[in-house]
Design a protein around this ligand. Structure first.
Ligand code: NAD
Length: 483
C-alpha cells in the first residue's frame, strides 16, 4: 500500500452531517515526520456556534430517550471499537507515536469504557428517602446537565475522549467534542463510529481545530452547560476563570508530578520495574507518570544502579517496529521542551545519571533516550511537570522524610510506594495528598470502573470514570410529594 493510501481525510461532524472546514490542517507521524497521517478540516467559530446550537436542540429528545435506547447506542459503539481495535490502534500509533501494542490496548480500553457506560445508562442513579414529615414522600433523582463541551489532550486520543463522551451520552447529555490538534484523525475515527449509532442528529458533534479559536468558542458559549477538560495547567486555569465566570459546571484534569517512594524493605527488582514503567513508558507522556522517585537512603545507590542498567537496555524507536518499548515523543516542540529540561537540570546542579540525548533512527522522528537525574527537592527537574521521559531521584532519610517529599508538590494526582511494610503502606495510602495511590505498582495504569482524578493543582471538580462519573454528568433534583 502506498503511503498516500493511508492518509485520512477527516471532516467535522455537525448536526448529523460531515462538513469540511474553512481551512485544513495536517497531522504527521512522530516516528517518521515525512509521513502525513491525516488532512483534517479545521472548524471556525461559526461552525462551533452551529454545533453548539445543534447540541442544544438535540438535548430535548436525547435527554428524554429511554435508558434502553442509550444503552443500545453505547453498546454498539463499544462493540465496533473492540472489533476494529487493531486498525484503530495502528492509526493511534501512527498519529501519536505510542508503540503499537499499547496503542491497540488503548483502543480496546475505549471500547470497554463505552460498554461499561452502556450498563450505567440502565442504572439511572437516584434514591427514595423517608421524609421527616408524616405522609410525605421524598426522592432524589438525577437528570442530564444539558450540552457538555469536551476538550481533550493528545496523549490518550481514544481513552480520554471515551471516558468523557460515554458517560455524557449515557446520562442523556448532548456533546460537543474537540480533540487535540495533534491527533485529529483519532478523534475523527471515534466520531465516525459514534455517527453510526442511533443518536438524534446533533446529540454528538465533532469539532477539530485550534484551542484558542474552537476550544475557546466552546468554553465561552452560554449554551454549553458543562465543560470537561483534560490538558495542561495553564489552559485549565484559563478555562476555570472563563467557565466559572458564566457559572458553567466544570471538571478539569490537569498535570502531575507524581512520586514513587521506594523503601529499603521493598522488593528492589519490582521497585525498579515500577519506576521504569511508570516514569518512561509512553515516553513519560502520561499525567500519572512517576517523575519523582523518592528512595530511602540505604538502598538509594543500588536502586539507581539497577534502574540505570534497565534504562540503558530500553528499546527506543519507531512505534510500529516490533519489540519497541518507547516510541518518539509527540512532536518537535515537545521534544525541544524535554531537551531544554534536561539542559536546565544539568545547569541547576542535578547529577546526570543517564540519557536525555537526541537519538537518530532509520526514519526521521522525535526520538530521545529516557533521562535520569539525582536531584534536590528544590530543583526544577523535581518540581515542574515536563511531560516527557525525564525523571529524577530524591534521597529520603526514612519513611517520614519520604512522605514529606512525596507531598511537597503543588500537584496531587497519583502517588506510589514500594514496600513490604503493611504499616508504611497503610499510612501512605491514608496520608498521600493525592486522588489515587498505588502500592507495589507503577503510578501509571488504572482501571476504568473506578474514579480517576486528583487534588490540588492536578484536578478541579468531580471525579471522572466509574459510577462517580454521574456526579458531573447529572444534576440532582429533590422531589417532595404528599398523596
Ligand atoms: P493542552 O492544555 O495544550 O491542550 C488540551 C486541549 O485544550 C487541546 O484540545 C487544546 O486544543 C485545547 N486548548 C488549548 N488552548 C485552549 C483554550 N484557550 N481554550 C480552550 N481549549 C484550549 O494540553 P496537551 O498538551 O494536549 O496535553 C498535555 C497535558 O495534559 C499535560 O499537562 C498532562 O499532564 C495533561 N493531562 C492530564 C491528564 C489528567 O487526567 N490529569 C490526563 C492526560 C493529560
Amino acid at each position: 500500500m502506498k503511503r498516500s493510501d493511508l492518509q485520512h481525510k477527516a471532516r467535522q461532524y455537525i448536526n448529523g452531517r460531515w462538513e469540511t472546514g474553512v481551512t485544513t490542517g495536517i497531522s504527521r507521524n512522530p516516528s517518521d515526520t515525512g509521513e502525513v497521517v491525516a488532512e483534517y478540516a479545521r472548524a471556525d467559530r461559526s461552525q462551533a456556534e452551529r454545533a453548539i446550537r445543534a447540541a442544544a436542540d438535540a438535548f430535548a429528545s436525547w435527554s428524554h430517550s429511554t435508558p434502553q435506547r442509550r444503552a443500545d447506542a453505547l453498546d454498539q459503539i463499544g462493540s465496533e471499537i473492540l472489533a476494529r481495535k487493531d486498525e484503530l490502534g495502528l492509526l493511534l500509533a501512527r498519529e501519536e507515536g505510542k508503540p503499537l501494542p499499547e496503542a491497540v490496548a488503548e483502543a480496546a480500553r475505549a471500547g470497554q469504557i463505552f460498554k461499561f457506560f452502556a450498563g450505567e445508562a440502565l442504572r439511572s442513579p437516584g434514591e427514595t428517602v423517608a421524609s421527616l414529615r408524616p405522609g410525605v414522600q421524598v426522592d432524589v433523582t438525577r437528570e442530564p446537565v444539558g450540552v457538555v463541551g469536551l476538550i481533550t489532550p493528545w496523549n490518550f486520543p481514544y481513552a480520554i475522549p471515551a471516558w468523557k463522551i460515554a458517560p455524557a451520552l449515557a446520562f442523556g447529555n448532548s456533546v460537543v467534542f474537540k480533540p487535540s490538534e495533534l491527533v485529529p484523525a483519532c478523534g475523527w475515527a471515534l466520531a465516525e463510529i459514534i455517527s453510526r449509532a442511533a443518536l438524534p442528529a446533533g446529540a454528538f458533534n465533532l469539532l477539530m481545530g485550534s484551542g484558542r479559536e474552537v476550544g475557546q468558542a466552546i468554553v465561552e458559549h452560554p449554551a454549553v452547560d458543562a465543560l470537561s477538560f483534560t490538558g495542561s495547567v495553564p489552559v485549565g486555569e484559563r478555562l476555570l476563570q472563563a467557565g466559572a465566570a458564566r457559572r458553567a459546571r466544570l471538571q478539569l484534569e490537569m498535570g502531575g508530578k507524581n512520586p514513587l517512594v521506594v523503601m529499603a524493605d521493598a522488593d528492589l527488582e519490582r521497585a525498579v520495574e515500577c519506576a521504569l514503567q511508570g516514569a518512561f513508558f509512553s515516553a513519560g507522556q502520561r499525567c500519572t507518570a512517576s517523575s519523582r522517585l523518592i528512595v530511602e537512603s540505604s538502598v538509594h545507590d543500588s536502586f539507581v544502579a539497577r534502574l540505570r542498567q534497565r534504562m540503558a537496555a530500553l528499546k527506543v524507536g519507531h512505534a510500529l517496529e516490533p519489540g519497541i518499548e518507547i516510541g518518539p515523543v509527540v512532536d518537535g516542540p515537545q521534544l525541544q521542551r524535554n531537551l531544554d529540561a534536561v539542559q536546565a537540570a544539568r545547569e541547576e546542579g542535578a547529577e546526570h545519571v543517564w540519557g536525555g540525548d537526541l537519538l537518530q533512527r532509520a526514519s526521521p522522528g522525535h526520538y530521545m533516550s529516557p533521562a535520569l537525574f539525582l536531584a534536590q527537592p528544590e530543583h526544577r527537574v523535581a518540581r515542574d511537570e515536563i511531560f516527557g521521559p525525564v525523571a529524577c531521584v530524591l534521597r529520603a532519610d526514612d519513611y517520614e522524610h519520604a512522605l514529606q517529599l512525596a507531598n511537597d508538590t503543588p500537584f496531587g494526582l497519583c502517588a506510589g510506594i514500594c514496600t513490604r511494610s503493611l504499616a508504611h503502606a497503610t499510612h501512605f495510602r491514608r496520608h498521600a495528598k493525592v486522588g489515587m495511590t498505588m502500592v507495589n505498582l507503577p503510578t501509571a495504569g488504572v482501571d476504568y470502573h473506578v474514579p480517576f482524578g486528583g487534588r490540588k493543582a492536578s484536578s478541579y471538580g468531580p471525579r471522572e470514570q466509574g459510577r462517580q462519573a454521574a456526579e458531573f454528568y447529572t444534576v440532582t433534583k429533590t422531589g417532595y410529594m404528599q398523596a
